[in-house]
Ligand binder design. Sequence first.
Ligand code: BTN
Length: 150
Amino acid sequence: MVKAAAFLLVLLLALEAHSLSVKKKCSLVGRWVNDLGSNMTITTVNGNGVFAGSYHTAVTATSKEIKLSPLQGSLQKSPNQKGQPTFGFTVNWSFSDSITVFTGQCFVDENGKEELRTMWLLRSHVDKIKDDWKATRVGINVFTRLQSQE
Ligand code: BTN
C-alpha cells in the first residue's frame, strides 16, 4: 500500500515536471496589435507555412485615407524552430502605391505570452530613379496578441 502511494507520488511529480517543461508553441493565427496601434489579423496558415490575412495600419506616410490591406506571408516550418518560428510577410497597401515587407520571429515567454518581434522595409513609389535613394524606410514593430484573443 505504502509502495503504491510512493509510486503514484513519483508518477505525479514526473508528470508535473514534464508539463512544466513543455513550452507553448507560438501560433501566428489570430488578431495582433503593434506598438504603433496597427491591427493585423492572420486568418490561415496552411501545411506549407503559407499564410494570409489583413492589416489595418494606424499610421501612413501618405495623405491618403487609411484602408484595410491584404497581407501574404510564409512561416519557416523547420523542426529546429522549437515553437518560436521565423516568418516574413508582405502588405500590399490598398490605399497607396507602397509595399511593406516584414520579417520576424514569434517568441513565447515563461508565462505563455506571445510576442512578434519584427523589422520592416516600407518601399514608396517614386517617379524617377534620381529619387530612389529616399524611397525606402526601415523600422521595427513589436506585436502582441489582442487581449480578447488570450
Ligand atoms: C503607406 O503609408 O504608404 C502605407 C502604410 C504604411 C504603414 C507603415 S508599414 C510599417 C509601419 N508599421 C505599421 O504598422 N505601419 C507603418
